[in-house]
Design a protein. Structure first.
Length: 94
């Protein structure tokens, strides 16, 4: 049976990130791929390439676009740094 990291498992649920004044909704798709929503609309799909590089995916072909994009890398870095909020504490207070 393969070993699953708890952080990877916890990140399977959609979550929100903020970069500057922009809010993004992140929907994990598996295999380091994510669908990103901006302003309530599907915005881009991204995939992790290396530790510091993230790639934008082409909507029609679903293949990576191999050009560096600062916004995509910033979103990817925010995804890597995301820490899920503890919901158990809220449940205990109720």
């Amino acid at each position: 049976m393969p070993y699953l990291c708890t952080k990877t498992f916890a990140m399977q649920e959609p979550f929100d990130i903020e970069i500057g004044t922009i809010n993004y909704s992140v929907f994990p798709e598996g295999n380091d791929s994510y669908t990103i929503f901006k302003d309530g609309k599907e915005y881009i799909q991204i995939q992790k390439d290396t530790s510091a590089i993230w790639l934008k995916m082409d909507y029609k072909t679903e293949l990576p676009i191999f050009e560096e994009d600062e916004e995509v890398n910033a979103i990817g870095k925010a995804i890597e740094n995301y820490e899920p909020e503890e919901e158990d504490e809220e449940d205990e207070e109720l």
